[in-house]
Design a protein around this ligand. Structure first.
Ligand code: GLN
Length: 213
């Protein structure tokens, strides 16, 4: 089982390192052919405007939508979350409208450009995730089928899940956190082998994401 990390720009190297560290075969995705045989995809942080351009220029847009429609898990962190949002505040066109949320880019403003915070993420178990927020977006609207996975103390939503799509406003990969990557690997394995573990409760991510029309 292989998991791809979109490597057109941004903080992809740490995601590859975390995946390899937990024993997952991880590959850089720059061209459509790099998506062959992968069972999940991570969209890293970076600059979403640049990533958007390169995704289109390098012909990755439709192949990534097809991967998502197959039910393979997608996990976006920070700019990666912006790429997955159905709506971007201010009216920018969405890139992969797979997650029924509205995100606001650079939501923490200049004074609080970057900060770190411990965030409780109950589906990952006890012990908070140490989140690194770098010019981070925030989720300002959550659709009815979206699960909120984490909020800041002030109530702002910073991690969500809908079907086979996960997203965080922060970078979990920069602080030695591996639980999100383990969850993505589990979702990818279940995508590859839906019969695996039959008899167990179906995984809540089994439903397949479809782009909004
Ligand atoms: N500010 C970036 C954007 O809007 C996201 C920053 C990040 O990914 N760390 O695209």
């Amino acid at each position: 089982m292989k998991i791809g990390v979109l490597a057109v720009q941004g903080a992809f190297a740490e995601h590859l390192r975390v995946l390899r560290g937990i024993g997952v075969d991880a590959v850089e995705v720059r061209l459509p052919a790099d998506l062959d045989g992968i069972s999940g995809l991570i969209l890293p942080g970076g600059e979403s405007t640049t990533m958007r351009k390169l995704i289109h220029r390098w012909g990755l847009h439709q192949p990534i939508l097809d991967l998502a429609a197959s039910g393979a898990p997608l996990f976006g962190t920070c700019a990666g979350m912006i790429l997955l949002a159905r709506e971007i505040a201010g009216g920018e066109e969405p890139v992969f409208p797979l997650l029924d949320v509205t995100v606001e880019r650079n939501a923490f403003g200049r004074q609080l450009d970057s900060f770190e915070a411990d965030v409780a993420v109950p589906i990952l178990g006890d012990g908070p995730v140490h989140g690194v927020f770098i010019r981070a977006p925030v989720i300002e609207r959550v659709g009815p089928d979206v699960d909120v996975l984490a909020r800041l103390d002030d109530g702002r939503v910073v991690a969500v899940h809908e079907r086979n799509v996960l997203a965080t406003a922060f970078h979990p990969e920069l602080a030695g956190e591996t639980r999100f990557h383990r969850l993505v690997a589990t979702m990818a394995a279940e995508h590859d082998d839906p019969g695996e573990g039959s008899g167990r409760r179906p995984h809540p991510t089994r439903r397949t994401a479809r782009p909004a029309s």
